[in-house]
Design a protein around this ligand. Structure first.
Ligand code: AMP
Length: 444
């Protein structure tokens, strides 16, 4: 089966060929004709299956076919996604796929200035990719004309609900025209997701790729016993193997991620960290350096990792076992994307063993955990320096005279920083109603 048989426009096929895609992935084969037909779709697919192209390619085709001058100043297609990284990623994909079709794409997400986003909304665009929190903020200030919206996509819907975006989604979607095509993508299906689809979709067709909640079949999963104190040593040991060329390491906390990065740096391994304490531009820079191959290892926390779409990640290493077991699926899905293969390595401490059985239930198969061959389990853990202790509590404590201040990943608005909250309304038109007193959206 080739892309040519799916009903996409020639301009889109040319852009797809530029990307080097030759065979459509299973989700693309199933969804592209269905979306072109105008049917609402529930796509149950993990990340790495090619789902972004599965919804963007047919939508771009439809938007190109029906483009007129009347759309000036309006948004024709809205894509909601949980994180800024994913928003940027989706927008980049859309721009690449529509380069010969000349569609306009804009983004809205928190942690950066609102001004260019407001200007883009004022100008209107064919596709707006947004996080629900920032879009709601801007809508409540009167920005964005969604009166002739034709298409709505909710990507990674399960994650948006996990992050507490349900009230924001409800407010936004209720304000959109009822006559529209609505697509929802989720790695897992739950009662909450079913409620969303029955509320906002019309006779949707469910398309499931792979078993639900199952990691991409292409990823080889290796689990190694590892005493907590030897994790860093084991990581450095693994990285002596140069076949681990593009490695994404997951740490549980922001400070943990920084610590791992510091130690790798000390060992001469080029690395960068990405987490909620980093500014948007720092996160983009780190991601870009990883994509370019300037850094070999990217250390991430779960929240920051959403939307990391880097081709050719050879290995994912779970330095820390995930707090939310479902995150395991998302983590390992960062490698083995689309049609390539990958390896996911997980360090298992004594405390993690109990969770391993529950993880097997989620993954749906037995996971063997053994010793890492060639690793000296009898070695002494390197002593931690007093500086490590201080920095682990608060990296800025030293500058404040040693006073620690605890902060946890997830306590921040996912849109980042001070721009995430409600703002006073300006003007009379508010696409998403009046601002309330409670913040909608944000991690629980
Ligand atoms: P996604 O599941 O949308 O996050 O996509 C995962 C990766 O697969 C992205 O890096 C895409 O560029 C790539 N991809 C999407 N479709 C194809 C295809 N048909 N052939 C090869 N790679 C693809």
């Amino acid at each position: 089966m080739s892309f040519e048989t799916l009903g996409l426009d020639a301009a889109i096929l040319k852009a797809v060929a530029d990307q080097g895609y030759t065979i459509p992935t299973p989700i693309q084969l199933a969804t592209i004709p269905t979306i072109l037909e105008g049917t609402d779709v529930i796509g149950i697919a993990q990340t790495g299956t090619g789902k972004t192209a599965a919804f963007t390619l047919p939508l771009i085709t439809k938007l190109t076919r029906s483009k007129t001058h009347e759309h000036k100043g309006r948004v024709r297609c809205l894509v909601l996604a949980p994180t800024r990284e994913l928003v940027v990623q989706i927008a980049e994909n859309i721009s690449a796929y529509s380069r010969y079709a000349k569609l306009s794409v804009a983004t809205c997400y928190g942690g950066v200035s609102e001004r260019p986003q407001i200007a883009a909304l004022r100008a209107g665009c064919d596709v707006l990719v947004a996080t629900p929190g920032r879009l709601l903020d801007l809508g409540r200030q009167g920005h964005g004309d969604f009166g002739s919206l034709e298409y709505l996509v909710m990507d990674e819907a399960d994650r948006m609900l996990d992050m507490g975006f349900l009230p924001a989604i409800n407010t936004i979607v209720r304000a959109l025209p009822k006559e529209r095509q609505t697509l929802l993508f989720s790695a897992t299906i739950s009662r909450e997701i079913e409620a969303l689809t029955s509320q906002f979709q019309r006779s949707p067709k469910m398309i499931t790729v792979g078993r639900r909640s199952n990691p991409a079949e292409t990823v080889t999963q290796l689990l190694y016993e590892c005493p907590g104190a030897l994790k860093q040593v084991m990581l450095n040991h693994l990285l002596q193997d140069t076949s681990l060329s593009t490695v994404l390491v997951f740490a549980r906390t922001k400070h943990g991620a920084d610590r791992v990065c510091r130690k790798l740096d000390g060992a001469g391994i080029r690395c960068a960290a990405i987490h909620a304490n980093r500014s948007q531009s720092q996160r983009q820079r780190a991601l870009q350096a990883f994509k370019n191959g300037e850094v070999r290892v990217l250390v991430a926390t779960d929240i920051a990792s959403r939307g990391i779409d880097v081709d050719g990640i050879t290995h994912v290493i779970n330095f820390d076992f995930p707090d939310q077991l479902e995150d395991y699926i998302h983590r390992i899905g960062r490698t083995g994307r689309a049609l390539s293969t990958g390896i996911a390595i997980t360090f298992i401490t004594r405390e993690d063993f109990g969770e391993l059985r529950r993880l097997e239930k989620i993954v749906g198969k037995h996971l063997h955990c053994g010793k890492l061959t060639g690793f000296d389990y009898t070695q002494q853990a390197p002593p931690r320096t007093p500086e490590d202790f201080v920095r682990d509590i608060d990296p800025r404590a030293a500058q404040r005279g040693g006073r620690p201040q605890r902060s946890q990943e997830g306590h921040q608005h996912p849109q980042g920083g001070r721009h995430g909250g409600q703002r006073a309304s300006q003007g009379n038109y508010r696409p998403f109603g009046r601002p309330g007193t409670r913040r909608t959206g944000g991690p629980k």
